[in-house]
Design a protein around this ligand. Structure first.
Ligand code: FAD
Length: 444
């Protein structure tokens, strides 16, 4: 069964599957260069071990497989000097503003592409602000020198099959989808402010079951995702699509880099792909939706990033990083319109909906502390932070007047660009999986 007609439009976006595949073919090498070849985007600081699950206590949920483990950078020598505690200590002072904003103002007229020029005095101010901004859509990861965060090399801890399965993983996903229960007309509680949320798992299952039923209908022959979301408004639909698309990307990675437990070899697992994605066109559609949404977000940051200082302690690499990032945003800007966020949260009847949406997304981000596998938790946290940043930029940023915009923390930017990298890689993997299915069906 062909899951998706290439020329069909990805619903809720302004673009077809084929157009997104073409854009991805062009951009994937740039995105991979940024995420794989720069220190700025390949080290991530987060609270991986020190935050308790705020929803339930389940010590049996821990995944003991070696593939679930994360190698953190415990030796200061392995961390780029500019982020070492000792260096961060030196930079302590008034709360870090947007890096070097004042100096950057003075140098705004200097050309950015092809290098910054010798005299551009951008300074590296390391942020250590982990306070939550009311406009944040997720719980910030700790960027502070004094906090309990760990540095992790994302390259040394690839997202792939870990063997984390069973009740714990199921419970996390079920609860993630429960945050989608807008339809009850209840506002969600920001659990950060309450003690413990009382969960009615039956309502979780009921709500999720509703989407599953729609999913099954969609997979029985419709070529576009064809999902009828009842009379849900765009905002509520978008919430579901974001979490489902993230789930699809995680599933794609674990199927693409799967462990053959008989041979001990890693590689694509077609049965895994068919079981989790191929037979569910809406899940693939939600992944494409997320690509359109996150790509639009990165494009929207064009002005913000022109004035951004990328600090890794190596000036040449910092210039190169900036060059690549600006080249990415310029290419996005030169491409077609793919997503229009201005139509969301406009209806007067949607007053309060945005806050509700934000609280629900924060809860999804907190849920990542309940994931019982370190590596899954790492990528789950990074991706919820990436989507949270995307939502913040889409709904709280003014594209034309950057001075009014909230500051982006380094962790947010790293999470956003790596999330784009994950979706981009998933789309390429799905294209390859589809070729494998066609070859198999053709008896090749
Ligand atoms: P699950 O993927 O657990 O799905 C549960 C149910 O959700 C399914 O039965 C289906 O009804 C529904 N569903 C599935 N996909 C979608 C979708 N895209 N949209 C809507 N509904 C859907 N495992 C790894 O091997 N590597 C990882 O890196 C990894 N990271 C994880 C990160 C997080 C945050 C979580 C919660 C789990 C992670 N896991 C990872 C576990 C993995 O996602 C699965 O939970 C596990 O493989 C068991 O899969 P399953 O077949 O039971 O279905």
């Amino acid at each position: 069964r062909c899951p998706l007609e290439p020329n069909a439009i990805v619903s809720d976006a302004c673009v077809s599957y084929k157009a997104l595949d073409d854009i991805n073919k062009e951009l994937a090498p740039v995105i991979t260069s940024i995420t794989h070849n720069t220190d700025f985007f390949s080290y991530y600081r987060l609270n991986l071990f020190n935050r308790a699950c705020p929803f339930w206590s389940d010590e049996t949920a821990m995944c003991g497989n070696i593939a679930c483990a994360v190698q953190t950078l415990e030796n200061e020598e392995d961390i780029p000097p500019v982020w070492r505690a000792e260096e961060l200590g030196k930079l302590e002072g008034p709360k870090a503003e947007h890096p070097g904003r004042k100096q950057q103002e003075e140098h705004k007229s200097k050309p950015l592409m092809g290098g910054l020029g010798e005299n551009v005095g951008e300074s590296c101010v390391v942020e250590y602000d982990d306070e939550c901004d009311e406009r944040d859509y997720c719980v910030p990861e700790d960027e502070s020198a004094t906090g309990n965060g760990d540095y992790v090399s994302l390259l040394d801890n690839p997202e792939r099959f870990t063997g984390y399965i069973g009740a714990s993983a199921q419970q996390v996903w079920d609860t993630v989808y429960r945050e989608n229960c807008f339809s009850k007309g209840q506002k969600t509680v920001d659990v950060g402010k309450s003690e413990l949320a009382a969960f009615d798992l039956r309502s979780v299952m009921k709500e999720h079951g509703r989407h599953q039923a729609a999913t099954e209908q969609a997979s029985q022959g419709t070529v576009d995702d064809g999902l009828e979301f009842d009379d849900e408004c765009l905002e509520k639909r978008a919430f579901y699509r974001i979490v489902s698309g993230m789930h699809s990307s995680i599933s794609t990675h674990l199927c693409w880099e799967h462990l053959n437990q008989t041979t001990g070899e890693w590689g694509p697992n077609l049965v895994c792909y068919e079981k989790r994605l191929h037979n569910f066109p809406d899940r693939i559609s939600n992944l494409y939706f997320n690509y359109a949404l996150v790509l639009r977000t990165v494009g929207k940051l064009r002005n913000h990033l022109k004035d951004y200082t990328f600090c890794s302690g190596d000036l040449d690499q910092d210039r190169q990083t900036k060059y690549m990032v600006l080249s990415l945003v310029d290419r996005i800007a030169a491409g077609p319109k793919i997503f229009d966020e201005t139509v969301m949260f406009q209806d007067p009847s949607a007053i309060g909906l945005k806050e509700d949406f934000r609280n629900r997304f924060r809860n999804v981000s907190r849920l990542m502390d309940c994931v019982g596998c370190d590596k899954c938790r790492l990528w789950g946290k990074l991706q919820t932070s990436g989507y949270g940043t995307a939502l913040k930029v889409l709904f709280e940023f003014d594209e034309t007047n950057d001075a009014l915009n909230p500051r982006l923390r380094r962790t947010e930017l790293v999470a956003l660009v790596n999330t784009l990298g994950r979706i981009s890689h998933s789309m390429s993997a799905i294209v390859n999986f589809q070729k494998m299915v066609e070859a198999r069906d053709a008896g090749v």
